[in-house]
Design a protein around this ligand. Sequence first.
Ligand code: ADP
Length: 476
Amino acid sequence: MHKTLYLKFLFAWVLFTVFGFIVVATFITRMTEEQVRGEESNNLYSEATLIANTYAADLYDSEMSLDSVQKQIKALGTFMQSDIYIVNPSGRLVVDSFENPDPERETYIENFSPSVIGDRNYAVDTFFGQYEDRHLTVLAPITGGYRIRGYVCITKPLTAINARVNNLLTISYLELVVLLLLSVIILIFFHRLVYAPLRKITTATEQYAAGNMKYRFTIDSEDEMGYLGASLNYMAGEISRQEDDQKKFIANVSHDFRSPLTSIRGFLGAMLDGTIPQELHEKYLKIVLRETDRLTKLTNGLLELNNLSTGGLLLNKTDFDINEAIRAVAASFEQTCRSRKVAIELVLTGEELLVTADRDRIEQVLYNLVDNAIKFSPSDSVVRIETTEKGNKVFTSVKDSGIGIPKADQSQIFDRFYKSDLSRGKDKTGTGLGLSIVREIIRAHGENINVVSTEGVGSEFIFTLPLSKENSDPNG
Ligand code: ADP
């Protein structure tokens, strides 16, 4: 069994998983970082602006002492887990929330420049070399008298911010894992709905390819897979039936050819080696002749059937009088009727009854039916041939009061080589092909043939033919 489809699907799932993690690890991480830093810097900036407008402004306006501003800023810094600075535009440190600048000694932040804050309103760096690790920094100007008097700077270590980023990322990873677990459901569905039935179908096709047409399987679903499975089962059934038919056909042909050949060979051998004396030769030669006739009849029947069933039957349809065809066929049985003491009675509708069909073929049908009817009738009985017009059809019936056909045999008498057990004693020359030929001809016309029979009472064969248009419209 090829596992490739399953492996491919599994591979796609693994690829989906890997890509999922890559996306979270790159894009989602970067987006979360940006988002958290943006939010954090907004908060810090609001705080910085507030400080710039209150404590820092008061300090520059000398409304608050450096010491008390220092205290407030320190408390705020602790609360916000950040460092807060008030810096002059020159970079001189005025207030530091971490440690008080020495008022005696001027402390400068080297290279201080508010331009480090880019478009994003915050910077991520070491705050002009003040720290060893990177910090998020925001600046808010302290204005007064239309000029910038200094800046409030708030810095927060990136490690504190990253902790929040990591928390959010953990949620994203968890979401991804849940999604992947849920996608396993798709895998399970794929297995149950596609892979398992497909496996059954593949096993079946392997069996069929190996010639085991009897192999059967079931797919319990009403979707396309179920339909495919049912079609495949049906196809195998049909092929298997055809194979059986073929085997039966060959067995029948062989059997029917072998018995006359055996008897011909037996009689000829006996004549040659003198077992049959010279004076009896004529009698046995007649038997041999009858047997060869039977072989000829069998061969002709087979050829005929072959032509009919391979679609080689080209009907030469004409409008002809079925009544007249019946009269002609009945006349050809005159001699047989006399010797068998069977009468043929014709009950025909109208003087002339035109049908559209292949006349020769229909005469063959009539011939086979009448032949059977006489063959299976007792002496001093009547075979009745009747035509009836119904709608645009003509029903022709051939009815006898003969041995009849057992119910169980009625569905099979149209099969090739079929002979009912009842008839075997009566008819030793029959090939079992006559009714198959009849059915093929009627089918080729697109018409139907039926049998109604009661064992010991008689049989009636009825077939339909299309009424000729000329018949239904005399003026047309
Ligand atoms: P066969 O050449 O042996 O008659 P058919 O195909 O014509 O072959 O008929 C098949 C079998 O159907 C016969 O062997 C016989 O058992 C049965 N059958 C056909 N016609 C009749 C009938 N009119 N009455 C009784 N049995 C019949």
